[in-house]
Write a protein that binds this ligand. Sequence first.
Ligand code: ZN
Length: 129
Amino acid sequence: MTTHVSSPTDSADPPRNLAVLVTTLHMAVPIAMRKIAGLTDHERRELAGQSAAWVAEHGDDLLYGGRHCAAAYTMLARGLAALAFTPGGVTFVGKHWCIRPHLDCPTPQASLLHARMCGIDSTPATRVS
Ligand SMILES: [Zn+2]
């Protein structure tokens, strides 16, 4: 099952810099995925939780600019990257990231690309080492 993270696009009045956020996350998340590919599932779960807490606390800086904007952006990308490793991957602001094929994948070739970028095998029977 894909994890859907609620996003600013769900708002009736999205922030002006949302397009920049969406565009840059498209590549920032796969880069973050590569960086955390060596973590254990437990470590990725902890990272996702830490990222969610950070973004919840500093999301306004991320969307409207502020002292924690860069850090919040990094934590958002890392959190989404961690969720990309879960079964079904993650969808946020209309973008989807995953590492293994799954039935409801909106971008079926993405899992193969993301897995290759992370240097891992995307077949379901293979565990990330
Ligand atoms: Zn997918």
